[in-house]
Design a binder for this molecule. Structure first.
Ligand SMILES: C[S@@+](CC[C@H](N)C(=O)[O-])C[C@H]1O[C@@H](n2cnc3c(N)ncnc32)[C@H](O)[C@@H]1O
Length: 125
């Protein structure tokens, strides 16, 4: 594996990758900054082939764990950001011209995998 320095607010240098993986990145940023990060990735995706894989919390609307609540408050205080509910994820991802293909959540764990692809109308853009 070869590592490459990269600022995720700038153009993604690796074009047409099979997968772009981010773990605990977007929870550090408010929605407007997440949209820039996602837009840079979307611009580098090969439609029908590339996927964005996000490893983060997907909170239920009610009844979150103490760990999730603590992290949510920490993200708010430290970064003006948040742990996100499924609805919040869907809204942000839709705004970036992407859609959720699948959410994998291990039962009773505060960690999920979201698989994103470009929205059909934005393929090739
Ligand atoms: C919460 S840590 C997550 C690290 C790792 N992915 C994990 O799950 O343990 C956020 C990471 O984002 C990186 N980061 C912050 N701003 C960045 C930027 N503009 N471009 C690329 N990486 C950045 C930080 O260096 C840090 O490694």
């Amino acid at each position: 594996m070869e590592t490459v320095n990269h600022n995720f607010f700038m153009e993604q240098p690796i074009k047409g990758a099979r997968a772009y993986y981010m773990r605990n990145i977007l929870h550090d940023w408010p929605d407007d900054k997440c949209l820039i990060i996602l837009s840079q990735l979307k611009a580098s995706m090969k439609p029908g082939y590339s996927k964005i894989i996000i490893n983060e919390m997907v909170l239920p609307d009610t009844g979150i764990t103490l760990t999730a609540a603590q992290l949510d408050i920490t993200m708010m205080c430290a970064h003006a950001a948040a742990e996100r509910t499924e609805g919040q994820w869907r809204h942000m991802i839709d705004s970036a011209g992407l859609m959720i293909e699948k959410i994998w959540t291990k039962v009773q764990e505060d960690e999920s995998i979201l698989v994103l692809v470009p929205k059909p109308e934005s393929n090739g853009v």
